[in-house]
Design a protein around this ligand. Structure first.
Ligand code: GLN
Length: 253
């Protein structure tokens, strides 16, 4: 089978805090090491895209300043395409600032920035301390691959507090750290194949199992509609990175 993963990075220049672009490199390598074709396309300010040309869409985190720049452009030039992609079950991974922008709004001290309104959530910038530190979350059984992996470990740093709407599903449950708002025990959002999360790190190199899970979902259309199970790789270094991130978050002590 001639597999090919087409990755679309949204605003990689502006939305790349904590080296979130490292997630793109990690996806590339894990495809290439398996002989899966890989193509990276970018869409920045003012650029439109055809949702049918992406298997996986990615947006990283950003400072408030960058988010403001991006938010309006995103609504104008990309909202329709992103909404269509999500509806068609294309995989979308959004980290921190990018995650916040998928919701209804991001409320700052002096203004409210409208988001895409694709995920039922809203974010309010708090004057209280930023939510910073190592974090570990547990994913529900529906998002665990056969080998039983279930924890995502990473790093969070956000002033915004996100609350999910009544019907929205979180990505996971907080084991250590703050998560969406530091109080309700939820982290991220999960809608069709949309994954929103506060985890930086970058997220994927610290959680190789999750990178493979996303690759498998992204290639489902090329695999008769069933998520692909990517062939195992020699993951000794990746396993060590995951163990370190878990330990930093205070798990396994
Ligand atoms: N600017 C947003 C906040 O502080 C997102 C930060 C980020 O992407 N790390 O909440």
């Amino acid at each position: 089978m001639n597999l090919r993963l087409r990755l679309l990075a949204l605003y990689p220049e502006q939305m790349n805090i904590y080296a979130d672009r490292g997630n793109l490199l990690f996806l590339r390598r894990r495809c290439e090491w398996r002989g899966i074709g890989f193509e990276l396309v970018r869409a920045g300010i003012g650029e439109r895209f055809d949702p049918e040309t992406a298997d996986l869409i990615y947006i990283g985190g950003g400072q408030d300043r960058d988010q403001l720049l991006v938010a309006e452009d995103m609504r104008k030039t990309k909202r329709e395409a992103i909404a269509r992609a999500v509806e068609a079950e294309t995989v979308l991974l959004a980290v921190c600032g990018g995650y916040q922008l998928l919701g209804h709004s991001y409320q700052l001290a002096d203004r409210t920035v409208a988001g895409l309104g694709i995920a039922d959530l809203e974010t309010v910038r708090s004057n209280d301390a930023r939510l910073i530190g190592n974090v570990a979350i547990e994913l529900p059984a529906s998002d665990r691959p056969a080998d039983g992996a279930r924890v995502l470990a990473g790093f969070e740093n956000h002033g915004g507090r996100t609350r999910l709407g009544a019907d929205a599903e979180p990505l996971g449950r907080v084991l250590r750290g703050h998560g969406n708002n530091g109080s309700d025990g939820f982290e991220g959002v999960r809608l069709k194949n949309l994954f929103g999360t506060y985890l930086h790190g970058p997220l994927l190199p610290k959680n190789a199992w999750f990178a493979d899970y996303l690759i498998g979902l992204s290639l489902a259309r090329q695999n008769g509609g069933k998520p692909l199970r990517p062939t195992p790789l020699d993951d000794r270094i990746e396993a060590a990175a995951h163990a370190c991130a878990r330990a930093a978050a205070g798990l396994d002590r």
